[in-house]
Write a protein that binds this ligand. Structure first.
Ligand SMILES: [Zn+2]
Ligand SMILES: [Zn+2]
Length: 436
């Protein structure tokens, strides 16, 4: 958002230079009048530049006001700044798109950009269905870019690589998660935390790329991504069941790693959906003692089958009271409204509760819930590319995948309805062969 102001400050700086020159009156007196004329021309040119800057600022302001009060704004650059690519070097992809926030997903055709020297083109085989796909096509988080092709749990096979690509070869399996670009030079990008890029990362869909073009996700037959954001995928695992690792997997793996969860830790996972079931698998694999906290007592058998050591039905007050003050770490995957103070009361002194679900309403947290016991309430978002690769390698080594239901793309709207009701074990994955 600082960009328009930077643009404005440049012409202002330039304007101050001729003014400095004018501030030497004795010099000026000794020069012929044509110097003054030249200065006048220069000022006039800078005035044009200034006027252009104001236009840019006004355009940005329009964009801001349309999107207010939502987050993650990207101000599109002027169309004249976009690089022109020859039409014949683009490729077409079949896709499912929402044309507006009130229409269901339906067949659509989109253009993928030409494969640049650092790009990898992937023929998509499977794409996971994330709850955020539905939130975004319905404009539930912020105004979206339509037509919108969701999908950020992408796996497939590489069909083309650019001349400068060194780490990927045609024919290899590959994955793409929630990010397709970032500035690559800020402190967070330098620290392999591209998800927290200070210049704003580029999301796989419902975003503008760094040249101002809309990004389209994995409910499509192919995608072109710069190689730094492409992941290696093992051929040892069921490829369809790998897809959800790219979002649900890394979203739970990253905080468990960041808080160094391992043997001796008592971990609770709140919610047993797409994220929760992966959290259980990872926490168990890291050696922690794992409890699933769920409002539905019927999920106990599922929790145990996934490897959880204990189950607490939070609808039962006695069961909840029995685990008060007992957890070192709680991973909260719930995106509906829930009683944060109750969950915080289950932490030990110095325990941490980390949010990865995104309820649409603000949380109601009583300060005493964290002051008493020096507790931490924190959040975490997906993971950087290096950590995502580490997670995929860990899964290949430990034979971890997501539990999925494979669907035909024409059934995606029905799948959304079931997902909203929590009626999926545990992630829908679209067989992209049904789109070809
Ligand atoms: Zn997701
Ligand atoms: Zn960055």
């Amino acid at each position: 958002m600082s960009r328009p102001f930077d643009t404005l400050s440049r012409p202002l700086d330039t304007l101050s230079r001729p003014t400095d020159t004018l501030s030497h009156p004795f010099d000026m007196l000794s020069r012929p009048t044509d110097t003054l004329c030249r200065l006048s021309d220069t000022l006039s040119k800078h005035s044009d530049t200034l006027s252009h800057a104001f236009d840019t600022l006004s355009h940005a302001s329009d964009t801001l006001s349309q999107s207010f009060p939502k987050l993650n704004l990207t101000i599109p650059p002027s169309p004249c700044l976009l690089p022109q690519t020859p039409a014949n070097s683009m490729s077409q992809a079949h896709a499912y798109a929402a044309q507006s926030p009130t229409t269901d997903l339906a067949p659509w055709t989109l253009e993928r950009r030409p494969v640049g020297p650092h790009d990898v083109q992937i023929d998509i085989h499977y794409c996971g269905v994330c709850h955020s796909d539905l939130h975004q096509i319905r404009n539930e988080w912020f105004p979206g870019i339509f037509p919108m092709v969701p999908g950020h749990e992408i796996v497939g096979r590489i069909t083309q690589v650019g001349d400068h690509v060194r780490n990927f070869k045609v024919g290899e399996l590959a994955g793409v998660g929630c990010l397709v670009d970032s500035c690559q030079e800020c402190a967070n990008c330098e620290a392999d935390l591209e998800q927290y890029c200070l210049d704003g990362n580029t999301q796989t869909y419902n975003n503008l790329d760094r040249q101002g073009r809309p990004t389209y996700g994995g409910y499509s037959t192919s995608i072109v991504v710069r190689e730094e954001f492409v992941l290696h995928v093992s051929d040892k695992l069921n490829l369809a069941a790998v897809a959800p690792l790219l979002c649900a997997g890394i979203t739970t793996y990253s905080p468990l790693r960041h808080w160094n969860i391992g043997p001796g830790h008592k971990v609770a996972v709140v919610g047993l959906g797409g994220l929760g079931h992966m959290a259980v698998k990872f926490a168990v694999a890291f050696g922690a003692e794992v409890t699933v906290l769920s409002t539905s007592p019927s999920k106990e058998a599922d929790a145990k089958a996934l490897g959880a050591h204990h189950f607490v039905a939070t609808s039962d007050k006695d069961q909840t009271k029995a685990v008060r003050g007992s957890f070192d770490f709680i991973l909260d995957t719930v995106s509906a409204e829930h009683d944060m103070n109750m969950y915080l009361s289950l932490l030990k002194t110095d325990g941490s509760l980390v949010l990865v679900g995104v309820p649409t309403e603000p949380l109601k947290v009583q300060p005493f819930s964290i002051i008493g016991g020096r507790k931490t309430l924190a959040g975490s978002s997906i993971g950087g590319i290096k950590e995502t690769q580490e997670m995929l390698d860990f899964c290949a080594e430990h034979n971890i995948t997501s539990d999925i239901e494979l669907i035909d793309i024409k059934d995606v709207t029905a799948a959304y309805e079931r997902m909203v009701k929590g009626d999926v074990r545990y992630r829908f994955v679209i067989d992209i062969a049904t789109l070809k």
